[in-house]
Each structure stands twice: as C-alpha cells, then as structure tokens.
Design a protein. Structure first.
Length: 274
C-alpha cells in the first residue's frame, strides 16, 4: 500500500520535529501554511486540519510575540509528543527478561462503544491479543499505557499486571499468535522501499536545508506510525531476517543526516523572520 501523508498528520509531525521550542512559543499560521505548502498541502487544507486539531484540544490559538495569529501545543498534545519521542527515537534493544504488561478489561454491554475505543487504543499502543479481554505488550509500555487510559477516562474498566510468560507454548510461538508479525514486517518493508533510496541519495549527493526539511518531515511522518504498530519484541521472538531492525537503522541515519539541516530552513519561519 502506498504511503499516505495527510495534512493533519504532517502538521503533527511538523510540531513534533520543530514546534517544541523551550519557550513554548506558538507557531505562526503563516509559517504552517508556508511549511506545509512545500510538501504540496494547500492553505485551505492546512486551515481545515488545524481546526480539527483545535477541536480535539491538541492546538490552542495564541498570538506570537509580534502579534501574529498562531497555534501552540496544548499540554495533552505536548505529553503525547513526548511519549511518542520515547518510541520514535528509541535505540535500546529490548530483553525478554524485561517481562510483559497485561491489560485485562471488562466493559458493560451498555457502554460497548468504550469497548471498541479501548481495543483500538490498546492496539495503537502496540498490544497484542492473548485472549478475549486480555491484551499483552512488552513491560516497558506500562507507563505510556497507564497515561493513555487515564487520559481517555478508560482506566476504570482495566486492570494492569506485570509478569513473565511461563508456558505452555514457547514464548516465540505464543508471540506469533499474539501479534500479526507478517503484517508488521510488511509495514517495515514498505518503509524501506520508500526511504532506503532516500538515505542512499543523501549520502551520495546531499541537498540544501529546504530539501532536508521536506525529506525529514516525510520520513518522520512515515516512521512515527511504525513504533506503535510494531511492539518491538526481543530478537529471540522474531524471525532472523526481521526487517524492523533495518528500518530502524534507516530512520536513525536519516534523522542524523537531515534534522539539523532541516531546522536551518524551518527556524526563520517559526521565529517569524523568514
């Protein structure tokens, strides 16, 4: 399936990459339009997507230091992006000895819409299904899971446990049932098909700051979904040719090559002095 970069997703990626300065200053609307325009997003689409993010409580209308209209991240949005950073830029190798976190839930039939929300949120956090009403993920996801369930007011339906898998099937066999590993591998292969050539190109013929900005925002927008679809399991639970390792290396290399260079282009727009 071809990659799709929606205006709303690109705005979130832009704030995640370049919109969290230490002074928490708002990003001017004119800067959002100019920066997203460089990726083929027209002004009406930017404004419409910003409105949706505002309605969701993620962006707050604020004036910049020179009085221009702008939008700042809400506290919830900043927390979501900070939680995302721990996944997106993680480079630590998970260990089987770290154990698991289990989410066991029961939702009354009268509130079944919350059951759907709970399942979809757990899936988006990287949980697999161990049994009906029992979801499992690597233990390092506990804090983020707890924060997400509390933020969505779903914590009253869930009990969380830490533990280790004791059998009866081998843990690698069980993990292959808990997650759709071939589907996750396919997502990594799609990422590599698009962005590995980008890495080769930048290593042989680097571009300027605007090129770096465009390339970085697209790779970040693609990559930031993957650490949620993929729980990043210990190596002994995965096929030996697992593509997730390579895609993580490609993203890390592109981040190293592009982020600073892209910031040179973005900085004047964010500061209001292009």
């Amino acid at each position: 399936m071809a990659e799709q970069h929606t205006p709303r997703s690109l705005i979130v990626s832009l704030y995640g990459a370049y919109g969290r300065g230490p002074d928490e200053s708002p990003m001017p609307v004119a800067a959002l339009i100019r920066l997203l325009g460089g990726l083929g997003v027209d002004a009406p689409s930017v404004r419409s997507s910003v409105s949706r993010l505002k309605r969701r409580g993620l962006l707050l209308p604020r004036r910049t230091a020179d009085g221009a209209a702008g939008y700042a991240l809400s506290e919830d949005a900043r927390r979501l992006l900070d939680d995302g950073d721990r996944r997106i830029y993680a480079r630590t190798e998970p260990k089987l000895s770290d154990g698991w976190v289990l989410a066991v839930f029961s939702v009354p039939e009268a509130e079944r819409h919350k059951r759907h929300l709970l399942r979809s949120r757990l899936a988006r956090l990287g949980f697999g299904t161990a049994a009906p009403g029992v979801w499992i993920a690597p233990a390092r996801l506990y804090e983020e899971t707890r924060n997400a369930l509390e933020r969505l007011e779903l914590s009253t339906y869930v009990d969380l446990f830490r533990g280790e898998h004791l059998g009866y099937a081998a843990t690698a066999e069980a993990a292959a049932r808990w997650w759709d590993l071939p589907a996750i591998a396919g997502l990594h292969e799609e990422f590599l098909a698009v962005h590995e050539p980008v890495l080769r190109s930048w290593r042989t013929a680097p571009g300027g700051p605007e090129d770096a900005y465009r390339a970085y925002l697209l790779v970040l927008d693609s990559w930031r979904r993957l650490p949620y679809a993929d729980p990043v399991l210990p190596a002994e639970l995965l096929p030996h040719d697992w593509p997730g390792r390579r895609s993580a290396e490609v993203f890390a290399a592109l981040h190293e090559l592009l982020w600073d260079r892209g910031a040179e282009f973005v900085r004047p727009f964010v500061s209001g002095t292009p």
